[in-house]
Design a protein around this ligand. Structure first.
Ligand code: ZN
Length: 138
């Protein structure tokens, strides 16, 4: 494994940037599905050091329950602008569950928990490690 040494952040310090409009959309969607989970596809750009999330797509054939939400990924069109998924946790924790990690899609997983505010949005990598998240007013 090659480890880059320098003044810049290492590859595992990837930053996630979400536009305020996207965050607001996620909050509204999550509230409308409460007390069930809601799930969305994230559209944006992925670079080595940073992922920019600029939009949301409602997945086709999604299922929603109090402890599970999902969609068949084989029904998704191949689209390079899909960087991951966002889903809601009606409970008070935004930590990814084992199920979430087993169904990881893309390069970032966004989880928002009740009461669905900017402060309850979390970003996680494939291993469930929290990523630095910024919400910007674009
Ligand atoms: Zn979950």
């Amino acid at each position: 494994m090659f480890l880059f040494k320098g003044k810049k952040a290492t590859a595992d310090e990837r930053k996630v940037i979400m536009t305020k409009q996207t965050a607001d959309g996620l909050i509204t969607y999550s509230k409308s599905y409460h007390p069930n989970e809601g799930i969305l596809i994230l559209k944006g750009k992925s670079k080595r050091q940073q992922v920019v999330i600029e939009g949301l797509v409602i997945p086709p054939f999604s299922t929603h329950g109090p402890y599970y939400s999902g969609f068949p990924t084989y029904d998704l069109p191949f689209d390079l602008s899909y960087v991951g998924t966002a889903h809601s946790h009606p409970g008070g924790s935004n930590n990814p569950s084992l199920e979430d990690l087993n169904n990881y899609y893309g390069v970032v997983s966004i989880i928002i928990c009740y009461p669905y505010e900017y402060e309850t949005i979390g970003a996680f990598d494939r291993n469930g490690k929290p990523l630095h998240l910024e919400i910007i007013d674009a």
